[in-house]
Design a protein around this ligand. Structure first.
Ligand SMILES: Cc1ncc(COP(=O)(O)O)c(C=O)c1O
Length: 424
């Protein structure tokens, strides 16, 4: 997988080299800039850029016009829905609803759960999967290993069912991979436990989907939320996929044009649409949906095992390099050998993380993330754990995060490690 440098640079002789043939999963980039912050927003895949460029001349309204352009755009939007749904293994009667991002998708679901639903999460979630849920939700402590997560969920659901009306809905909300540590969570096992207790489960796949196949049917999860901009499709679309009944029974997430099937003269004389349109009020984000679908199609046709193997080799290089630096400490929730995606968080002892990130950018043109990564409860806990594990008293109160994906190279990882070595 290569990075396409934008713009193409003239050669020393002054001529512009013939561009290498581009492939759909090449990613765009800027010469000299090392992007190790894929977990925040991944670079744009060629497939997404090409799909948008091809459609732009035709750009017109979706579901709102009779002209040829509008009809083509409507078709492109609905085809995108089909492609994205197929890519994530949507069941025939699932809804595929385009949203702005994962946060939007989970907020939509939070508004759609039936009254009285108890939502069960773990404290290790991203804020997007902690904060939208209704009052009375249960937040389980961060477990020390994946098996502990399964046991804790089983115990919590047993207790919940004992204490409350067994008919009341319960929704379990879990991440597929942590945005702080990259560690993978045992989604299929958690889904089995949820269903055994008559609960539903939603998967926050924001960090898992860019790195591994995610299939609703295979994992047996009820809902899935994803962000296009983390999946190499930076045109502002995300998606919520899942069971239709709660979504069709809920008030529209966005009331307005497109979400109705009838509006009469009286103030409240309105019949809301069913299906995805109910929650997609307003003119939809055509280019975002088409870009996301283009990446899904490209990934569906790719050798994902080979892509994953390449990423795991980079991740191993990064983690081994960090482990060899005595002043750098990796953060982790589970054991060091837990399967994970290409994300590593760490601290430089005795150094402020924001200052380190700024120096990496200014002195080395390396982009990483610093802070608590919109997962404050987890990040704070892991910083405390790291201090306990290492016995160091000079760890900073926030962390750094490096993340890799399509187009990342060993040389980029080595540049980061070399830069970190100078901070010792
Ligand atoms: C695990 C996880 N869930 C949800 C989100 C929210 O994604 P977005 O900001 O695209 O809504 C993020 C973003 O970093 C994330 O890492």
């Amino acid at each position: 997988m290569s990075v396409t440098l934008v713009p193409s640079l003239p050669t020393r002789s002054g001529t512009t080299p013939a561009p290498a043939p581009s492939r759909p999963l090449d990613v765009l980039g800027v010469p000299g800039e090392i992007n190790l912050d894929y977990a925040a927003s991944a670079p744009c895949a060629r497939a997404a850029a090409d799909a948008v460029a091809e459609l732009l001349p035709w750009y017109a309204s979706v579901h709102r016009g009779a002209g040829a352009l509008s009809r083509r755009c409507t078709l492109a939007y609905e085809r995108a829905r089909q492609t994205v749904g197929d890519f994530f293994g949507a069941r025939a009667d699932d809804h595929v609803i385009f949203t702005r991002n994962t946060t939007d998708a989970l907020n939509l679901l939070a508004r759609a759960v039936p009254a009285g639903t108890t939502v069960v999460t773990f404290a290790g979630e991203h804020h997007a999967n902690l904060l939208p849920w209704p009052r009375g939700s249960v937040r389980l402590p961060v477990p020390t290993d994946p098996a502990g997560a399964v046991r804790a969920l089983a115990a919590a659901l047993t207790e919940l069912r004992r204490d409350s009306n067994a008919a009341l809905p319960v929704l379990v909300a879990v991440t597929g991979a942590s945005n702080v540590t990259g560690e993978r969570w045992p989604v299929a096992e958690l889904a089995r436990v949820a269903h055994r207790h008559g609960a539903r489960i939603v998967l926050d796949a924001a960090q898992l989907a860019p790195h591994a196949p995610v299939d609703l049917l295979a994992l047996d999860v009820d809902y899935l939320a994803v962000s296009g901009h983390k999946l190499y499709a930076p045109f502002g679309a995300g998606v919520l996929v899942g069971r239709a009944d709660w979504l069709d029974a809920a008030p529209p997430y966005l009331a307005g044009g497109g979400a109705t099937s009838h509006v009469g003269p009286a103030t409240h004389d309105v019949t809301w649409a069913t299906g995805p349109a109910r929650h997609e009020g307003g003119t939809p984000n055509l280019l975002g949906a088409v870009a996301l679908a283009a990446v899904c199609a490209a990934l569906a046709g790719a050798d994902r095992a080979a892509l994953a193997a390449g990423e795991q080799a980079l991740l191993a290089r990064l983690r081994t390099g960090i482990a060899a630096l005595p002043h750098v400490v990796e953060l982790r929730t589970f054991g060091p050998d837990t399967p994970r995606v290409g994300i590593v968080s760490f601290v430089v002892a005795g150094r402020d993380s924001a200052e380190v990130a700024a120096r990496l950018a200014a002195d080395h043109r390396i982009g990483v993330r610093d802070g608590l990564f919109c997962a404050h409860p987890l990040a704070r806990r892991l910083l405390t754990e790291a201090a306990g594990r290492t016995g160091r008293r000079d760890l900073p109160p926030t962390a750094l995060r490096a993340s890799v994906g399509l187009g990342s190279t060993p040389a980029q990882v080595d540049r980061l490690l070399a830069a970190l070595a100078t901070l010792g």
